[in-house]
Design a protein around this ligand. Structure first.
Ligand SMILES: Cc1cc2nc3c(=O)[nH]c(=O)nc-3n(C[C@H](O)[C@H](O)[C@H](O)COP(=O)(O)OP(=O)(O)OC[C@H]3O[C@@H](n4cnc5c(N)ncnc54)[C@H](O)[C@@H]3O)c2cc1C
Length: 348
């Protein structure tokens, strides 16, 4: 037996079969419902539930915060209706609304950023330019591999796209990029996705915390904020294990020299020898330097463990969830594990 879902942006209600999510039903009927990962991780299908009841399969709290859930937002990719439902996907002032594109790109530069991170530049070949908001990501498909999520590191104004790709142990795509990708090679791009983008209307301080290749979206956010003249205090804490993991320091020192409101602080968690750098966990250094977080927005990106620890500390210090914009770099294995848990809970 099916129930009916009225979507504010679509003329006629759609039937949703038992067990089907609203997003599955909408896409099957050709409704251009905004979406990304389809697994409750990215937040691109965030919607306002206007009437009726849905059951939400498990999702990442980065895609939908408790506060958002409490104010009636849901993820269409996780929402299975229990009754007839009225729903609306979020509009441009509530989301970064860019058309989803599938573009063919060519590798125009590839270089070592560190011993395990490649800095990759891609030029769109057809159908460009590629519109996105600073902080968003795309799914990249390298020859013969499955698509993988990588964040744009350039500002939206720069026509050549920049990515920072870290080699993952046993990872198919990242090892291909590290060892075999060549100049001129074709890369398919699908996006943009993600909800951890720069809120340009915000006037309070910005605290950006990046771990490893999490610097990619944070570079885009910080550089975009500064080049667009955002004048509040902007601090970037870049956490890595040791000196050899630091990269783009000259770029951020140059930004510091040009913008008095910007500060760049590298933090080493595991230095092999003596160092004049800050030591410790990156979020702890950031919080030690910022006892007052009133009016602050935090942008976090990098390994899930770092993003989770930083989020917990920021919440404990009184920052509201809606002021924490986080991109946890889940691998495909972690995403598969999340999806399996969700499927089991749906069966139970
Ligand atoms: C929103 C977002 C943005 C991201 N941005 C960046 C970025 O800018 N830079 C960056 O470096 N990373 C980023 N990541 C992380 C990146 O997408 C992953 O590291 C990527 O999956 C690596 O791909 P891979 O093919 O090399 O490794 P994967 O295929 O993901 O493999 C990683 C490990 O998992 C195992 N594995 C793979 N699939 C499965 C499965 N189904 N079940 C069990 N085990 C499996 C592999 O054997 C391997 O050990 C981002 C992730 C997200 C979610």
């Amino acid at each position: 037996m099916s129930v009916f879902v009225s979507i504010r942006q679509h003329a006629t209600p759609i039937a949703v079969e038992r067990g089907q999510t609203i997003l599955e039903a909408a896409l099957a009927r050709g409704v251009p419902y905004p979406h990304g990962c389809r697994s409750g991780n990215c937040g691109a299908c965030k919607s306002r539930l206007e009437a009726g009841e849905v059951e939400l399969a498990p999702y990442s709290e980065y895609a939908l915060t408790e506060a958002e859930r409490a104010e009636g937002l849901v993820l269409a990719c996780r929402a299975v209706p229990w009754s007839d439902v009225a729903i609306a996907w979020l509009e441009a002032d509530e989301v970064a609304a860019h058309p989803l594109r599938q573009l063919t790109c060519r590798v125009v530069a590839i270089a070592d950023a560190t011993h395990d991170i490649k800095r990759l530049h891609l030029a769109t070949e057809d159908g460009g330019p590629f519109a996105f908001s600073a902080g968003q990501y795309a799914a990249l498909t390298f020859a013969g591999h499955r698509p993988r999520d990588y964040s744009m590191a350039n500002t939206p104004e720069e026509p050549v796209l920049e990515f920072h790709i870290r080699r993952t142990a046993e990872g198919a795509a990242s090892n291909y990029v590290a060892d075999r990708l060549r100049l001129g090679e074709r890369v398919e791009l699908d996006g943009p996705y993600g909800s951890s983008w720069l809120r340009e209307g915000h006037r309070g301080p910005i605290l950006a915390i990046a771990g490893g290749s999490g610097l990619a979206p944070i570079k885009s956010i910080v550089a975009t904020a500064l080049t667009r003249g955002m004048a509040q205090s902007i601090a970037l804490y870049f956490g890595v294990r040791d000196e050899r993991d630091l990269y783009l320091e000259a770029f951020f020192r140059a930004l510091e020299a040009r913008h008095r409101n910007f500060r760049f602080v590298p933090v080493l968690s595991d230095p092999a020898g003596e160092t004049a750098r800050r030591r410790g966990f990156v979020h702890e250094a950031a919080l030690a330097d910022h006892p007052d977080l009133d009016g602050t927005k935090a942008y976090l990106a990098g390994p899930p463990a770092m993003v989770e620890a930083a989020t917990a500390s920021l919440l404990a210090r009184g920052l509201r969830r809606q002021d924490i914009h986080a991109d946890a770099f889940y691998s495909e294995a972690e995403k598969a594990a999340l999806a399996a848990t969700a499927a089991l809970e749906r069966i139970a």
